[in-house]
Structures are given as C-alpha cells and as structure tokens.
Design a protein around this ligand. Structure first.
Ligand code: GTQ
Length: 350
C-alpha cells in the first residue's frame, strides 16, 4: 500500500471510531449490502416430505398436550434462516396437530393466519363466532385480531399447515395477543355456513357491512375449489409457466383474501411442462393432488401429496406434473408487496 493510502486508511479508521460513540456509521462501507441490484434471499429452496415428517407430528401428540402447548405445532424452519422460526424471510409456517377430543383454546393476535388442511375431517376451527369443519384441501383464514380456537370432535387426528405473517408483524413491532377467559369457548351467534352463504354465493349484504382487512369468507372449501378447477380446465389458454392458476379473493373487494398474504390454487394438467419463471415473493407450495417436480437450475424438487416446499424470491424455477393432473396450493407475501409497489416477476423464453 502506498504511503498516501495507508494514511487515508488510518484517518478513516480513526474517524469511524470517533463517530461510533455517537451512534453514527458510514453508509459507503455498507451501501452494496443495503441496496442490492436484485433480490438475493437467504431463504433456501427446501422440501418437507409428508411421509417423512408425519410420524414426528404425531409423536408430538405423545409428548405434549394442547393445554400445555396452546398450539401443538412443528415449525417448518428454513435452513437458510436458522433460529428465526421462518420459512421465508417474511413468513412463518408450521404443521399443527389436533387429536380427537382435544381443544386449542380461544385467543386472538394481530398476526393473520391461514390454514391448509392436509389430513382428517373431524376437526373444526371457530373464527369470530362461527364454527367451520375442516376438510382436506380447505383453505381457512383467521383475520388480524380475530378470535379463534380449534377442536376435534371425531376419532381421527387432524393435521394442517399454518401460514402466518409473524415475521412481518415482528418487523413492524405491531404484535398484540390475548386469551379469551380461560377454558371458556367463544359464543357461537352464527350458524355454521353463514359466512359462505352471505358472502360466497354471488351475494353481498346491501348495507351495514364494512369491508375489513380480510375476506369475510373464512373457509374456502376444497370441494368447491376443485370443482371450479375441473370446469375451467381445458377452457381457454393455460399459462405457460403456471398452468391454470387462480388466487383466493375477498368477494367484497376482489383483492387477496388476506391483507398481507396472497394464496393461490393451481392445476397442472398431466404431462404439463412449465416454462422458467421467477418472482419477488418467496413462495410456499403444498401438493394437494398428483405428483411432479420443480426444477431450479441443477436442483430438482420432487413432490407428491401433502409435501410442502419453498421457492425463494427471484430464483428461476419451472413446474412439471407427471402423467396425472397435479394440484398445488401456494401462499406468499405478494399481497403486501403489491400494495407497496414492490412486486416483480420475470418470464423466461425457454
Ligand atoms: O392456530 O392460532 O402455527 O397462534 C402459530 C401461532 C398457529 C393458531 C400457529 C398461532 C396459531
């Protein structure tokens, strides 16, 4: 190093020490890590095979009760985000188990939750005074600050995937949570099915309704969703990257069903070979039906029913189904990205 450079370096080091005491730091030393030319997520592509983790989820039922745990959940933690309870930088995901006869007490929090049911048909969730039975493939939401509890009146365990915006709420320092009176179930002023009849039948109240942050429909039953996909399949063009992909919407606004998270369902017809694609929203996928693979460069993720996998932001990937139709559920933070004018996608020509 020249004499001039050495003295420059010493002067700078001294300067940094001087300003550090005043809680000041130089931008020029960190700028390239703060303002990236394109996304570079610490989130890593990863699959959790249901066959592999199911026994661990059930074993959690032997070692802890819902009274002790409040929610008996195994968090799907991204290996690139160890110790953070995150599946992507902005999202949390976990596998929740509720055994016959159990309840998971009523509480509410500012975090928005979604449930995607993987197994069992005898559990219920109660959201803001209405109960709904959980069936495989149902997409269920809990709005921010909505009271909710779960239970299982049947004789089979029920397992679902939870998706929450916990890291977003953490980042914004806006977490509030409280319990309902201990061990008292919430009152049920509304009969089961009221929300879907009132808001999900092509009807809406003519007045006295307030469009809140989340959809007033809180269970989007898979039977309805699947029938719609089957009807649409073969009518009109398939997207070359996504096959037939639809979003779950709030019927009062046409927006996503939740304020922060977007959720999707897509059908890849048998033998579908999707084109390469990437988007800024790291996405969690669940295979609902069929099997196939998602290719990311040299990596192939092979998925079958109930497997959960994550594709990080801005990583090019393509989906392929096998010789049967495949259905994928997915969710991401696209809803909040789009509200902030941040969301981008890229389609590749090959
Ligand atoms: O079911 O209310 O996976 O509060 C994490 C936090 C589920 C729930 C989770 C929760 C819940």
């Amino acid at each position: 190093m020249s004499e001039e450079n050495t003295s420059k370096k010493i002067a700078r080091t001294n300067f940094y020490e001087q300003i550090e005491k005043k809680s000041l730091t130089p931008l020029w030393e960190v700028m390239q890590n703060l303002v990236l030319p394109e996304p570079k997520s610490p989130c890593i592509p990863k699959i959790w095979k249901y066959d592999d983790i199911r026994k661990d989820i059930l074993e959690a039922g032997d070692i802890i009760s819902t009274e002790e745990a409040e929610r008996r959940v195994l968090i799907l933690e991204n290996p690139g985000l160890l110790g953070t309870s995150r599946i992507t930088r902005s999202l949390y995901a976990g596998m929740q188990l509720i055994l016959p006869g159990e309840t998971a007490r009523n509480h509410r929090h500012t975090q928005t939750a979604l449930r995607f049911v993987l197994e069992g048909s005898s559990a219920y969730t109660t959201v803001e005074g209405e109960k709904t039975t959980m069936h495989r493939g149902d997409f269920i939401i809990t709005p921010p600050w909505g009271w909710h509890e779960h239970g299982n009146n049947g004789d089979q365990p029920t397992i679902w995937l939870d998706g929450l915006d916990i890291p977003i709420v953490q980042f914004l320092d806006t977490s509030f949570a409280e319990h309902y009176d201990k061990n008292v179930e919430q009152p049920l002023p509304k009969p089961e099915g009221d929300a879907i009849a009132r808001y999900g039948s092509g009807l809406a109240p003519i007045d006295n309704f307030s469009a809140s942050a989340a959809s007033p429909i809180f269970n989007y039953p898979y039977s309805t969703t699947r029938e719609a996909l089957e009807k649409m399949k073969g009518n009109g063009e398939l997207d070359v990257c996504h096959g037939l992909k639809m979003k779950y919407t709030n019927p009062l606004t046409g927006d996503y069903a939740m304020p922060t998270m977007a959720a999707f369902i897509q059908l890849l017809p048998s033998g579908f070979t999707g084109k390469k694609y990437c988007s800024t929203d790291s996405t969690v996928f669940v295979c609902v039906e069929g099997e196939g693979k998602t290719t990311l460069g040299d990596t192939e993720i092979h998925w079958t029913e109930n497997d959960t996998f994550v594709i990080p932001s801005w990583v090019p990937h393509s989906h392929n189904s096998s010789n049967i139709d495949a259905v994928l559920f997915s969710f991401s933070d696209r809803a909040i990205q789009q509200k902030c004018g941040l969301w981008r996608e890229k389609r590749y020509s090959n």
